[in-house]
Design a binder for this molecule. Structure first.
Ligand SMILES: *[C@@H]1O[C@H](CO)[C@@H](O)[C@H](O)[C@H]1NC(C)=O
Ligand SMILES: *[C@@H]1O[C@H](CO)[C@@H](O)[C@H](O)[C@H]1NC(C)=O
Ligand SMILES: *[C@@H]1O[C@H](CO)[C@@H](O)[C@H](O)[C@H]1NC(C)=O
Ligand SMILES: *[C@@H]1O[C@H](CO)[C@@H](O)[C@H](O)[C@H]1NC(C)=O
Length: 339
């Protein structure tokens, strides 16, 4: 992606002990959507996009800004890379901070740290342990687990629980994201619609298999039924096998299950997609769409969280104990739990 670097003037005399008198920004994209979960830090009217950049540059908390020429509106945000807008984006610009220096403190994009933003956290948990927090529930963060050759962006849940990494996020509020995808896409991860993402099997494995020995991840499933009532269930010893073993599901045992348990039955099942369907003549992945640990049975599965959410094909469901409910929202995340 082409990134245009601009520098925002800092209206202070740079101290000689710092080598970074400027903040730098990269141009990012504007995504059309009705849902935007990002918290606005400030909303002002300015003379132009450079003044908006300067405002973000001088605010240590600002990671991104959106400026629209038609109303001279300048919005500063706490996190995120791309901007979300609903409506005409002509004359609007989105920039994210690649490096920030206010004269006294350095701001790195979420997930990066160090005096030159040269280091990356290994997962949301490590970031949380080091004091990264966002006033709000979810934050997009770049991480790089040991097993991964490249950094990648994940949704972190930083609020209260030690820094959880979200592996699957679905909500019916946002515009539709296609979840009927190939195995290659399920391996890599996808989701450009805000809050509708699948982390990717390779990335998921990199996070769970290279954790430190002093904690384990609990797999939490948070579901909202048709009436938007939430419930959650969690599991211990969650593992996903390697590619050779077809990313088979393993769960050691279940914890609290207020939603019921529709996952333990799938233990040992390989992960299937329409182009890599391991359910024989039952053709579960082809019939259901999406990617899941379908069984080679006529019923295929007791749970399915990568279906549609608009009733167009097979919707998301969790038969035990939300039978018949078409889920409005589901969040599956890895919550660190000390051993
Ligand atoms: C990741 O790599 C670093 C540096 O090689 C090492 O110190 C650390 O223990 C590793 N972490 C895990 C969880 O394997
Ligand atoms: C789920 O439903 C079954 C059968 O109705 C019931 O025995 C069980 O207690 C329920 N579990 C939960 C967690 O609600
Ligand atoms: C999923 O996509 C494939 C390929 O386009 C198609 O053959 C299949 O019918 C789709 N499945 C569903 C349930 O939409
Ligand atoms: C499969 O679905 C049928 C019809 O809904 C049901 O009677 C049967 O118990 C299910 N079998 C399993 C293994 O869930």
């Amino acid at each position: 992606m082409l990134s245009l670097i601009i520098t925002a003037a800092i209206f202070i005399t740079p101290s000689h002990t710092f080598n970074h008198p400027f903040s730098s920004f990269s141009r990012s994209s504007i995504i059309q959507n009705t849902c935007d979960d990002h918290k606005v830090l400030s909303r002002t009217t300015v003379r132009g996009k450079f003044d908006c950049g300067a405002a973000c540059g001088q605010d240590a908390d600002c990671q991104r800004y959106l400026y629209c020429a038609n109303n001279a509106r300048c919005m500063l945000y706490l996190d995120g890379t791309d901007c979300i807008m609903n409506g005409d984006s002509t004359g609007c610009y989105c920039y994210s901070k690649a490096f920030g220096y206010t004269g006294t403190s350095i701001t790195c994009p979420l997930g990066y740290y160090g005096n030159n933003c040269e280091f990356l956290y290994k997962d949301c948990h490590e970031a949380w342990e080091n004091g990264v927090n966002i006033d709000g529930k979810f934050a997009l963060m770049t991480i790089q687990p040991n097993a991964s050759s490249k950094p990648f962006e994940v949704t972190c849940l930083l609020e209260y629980d030690g820094g959880s990494t979200v592996i699957l996020f679905r909500t019916s509020i946002c515009k539709h994201e296609n979840f009927n995808r190939t195995m290659a896409e399920y391996e890599h991860g996808f989701g450009s619609v805000p809050l509708n993402r699948w982390i990717g099997l390779t990335k998921l494995r990199a996070i769970i298999n290279y954790r430190t020995p002093d904690f384990e991840f609990r797999l939490h499933v948070l579901l909202f039924n048709t009436a938007w009532l939430p419930c959650s269930s969690f599991y211990l010893g969650f593992e996903v096998d390697n590619k050779l073993s077809k990313y088979s599901l393993d769960i050691a045992y279940k914890g609290d299950i207020p939603c019921g348990d529709s996952l333990t039955d799938l233990v040992g099942n390989p992960f299937s997609t329409y182009d890599s369907d391991h359910t024989g003549s039952n053709k579960c992945a082809q019939r259901f769409g999406g990617g899941w640990w379908f069984g080679n049975t006529p019923n295929c599965t007791k749970s399915f969280l990568t279906g549609t959410m608009d009733g167009s094909r097979v919707d998301n469901f969790w038969l035990d104990n939300l039978s018949g409910e078409c889920l409005k929202k589901s969040v599956v995340f890895l919550m660190p739990y000390p051993n």
